[in-house]
Design a protein around this ligand. Structure first.
Ligand code: G3P
Ligand code: MG
Length: 244
């Protein structure tokens, strides 16, 4: 079973920073999950929220920023004094790190609150940056925005895509949604997920990765049900589930 470090090793490092991603290689975790969005000047950055308050020392919307502003924003000090100086990485910097370290990534495209044109700009920016990825590095692109995923898959069918869904979203049409996107994989929320859901997905021929799984017992149950991967803040603690 694959183990994805959710936002990097986010239980012991500040989420979505290069420190949190670099720590994965030290702990033998070779897949990360990360979130991307776009600054006002079109730079694609690695950050979960569209506002800076929760994970940096700055405030306001990321949509008002340019790449130069990143030099003045600290994304580590909120977590611990040792982590002060960590930056909000650009996707280009993360891809450089993937090439250097051998990390593979699930890149989650966040829907842009400013509308479709900006979400499309983000998707194109992700594809543009991925051109620098070494061919041996693996990538899965996911999103709750299934329309943008379908568009991305049409433009760049070489990338694996995963539709993010909650159990509630997994209605009668889940299979045709995946097929219309061209998705090979579904990323489902762990809450309320049963063996029957997993069986349905596997019987239909799709891979399934589950988020966010922070208890070892739940991770091993999901593995026994045939889940392909779990996305966890504690991926480093579940290493024995990877190969056994
Ligand atoms: O990609 C799985 C998970 O990360 C989705 O939720 O809010 O943590 O990005 P969130
Ligand atoms: Mg995410």
């Amino acid at each position: 079973m694959k183990l994805f470090a959710h936002r990097g090793l986010s239980s012991i490092f500040p989420e979505n920073t290069l420190a949190a991603f670099r720590a994965c290689t030290d702990h033998g975790v070779n897949w990360i999950e990360t979130d991307v969005n776009i600054l006002g000047d079109g730079t694609v950055v690695v950050i979960h929220d569209s506002h800076l308050e929760r994970t940096t020392n700055a405030s306001g919307s990321i949509y008002n920023l340019t790449a130069a502003d990143l030099d003045y924003i600290d994304a580590g000090a909120w977590f611990s004094t040792e982590m002060a100086g960590e930056r909000v990485p650009t996707l280009a910097e993360l891809i450089q790190l993937m090439n250097q370290t051998g990390l593979n990534a699930n890149i989650e495209i966040k829907s842009n609150e400013q509308g479709a044109a900006r979400t499309r700009e983000l998707m194109s920016g992700v594809l543009r940056e991925l051109e620098a990825l070494r061919p041996e590095r693996e990538v899965i692109i996911s999103s709750f925005n299934h329309l943008i995923l379908a568009e991305l898959k049409r433009l760049a069918p070489q990338y694996r895509v995963a539709a993010l869904m909650t159990k509630e979203m997994m209605g009668a049409d889940w299979r045709s949604v995946l097929e219309l996107i061209g998705a090979e994989t579904i990323h489902l929320e762990s809450r309320g997920l049963t063996e029957n859901h997993v069986k349905k997905v596997k019987d239909a021929g799709f891979a399934i990765n589950v988020w966010t799984v922070n208890e070892g017992e739940r991770a091993s149950q999901l593995k026994n049900w045939g889940v392909d991967g779990v996305i966890s803040d504690y991926a480093h603690a579940f290493r024995e589930l990877e190969h056994s």
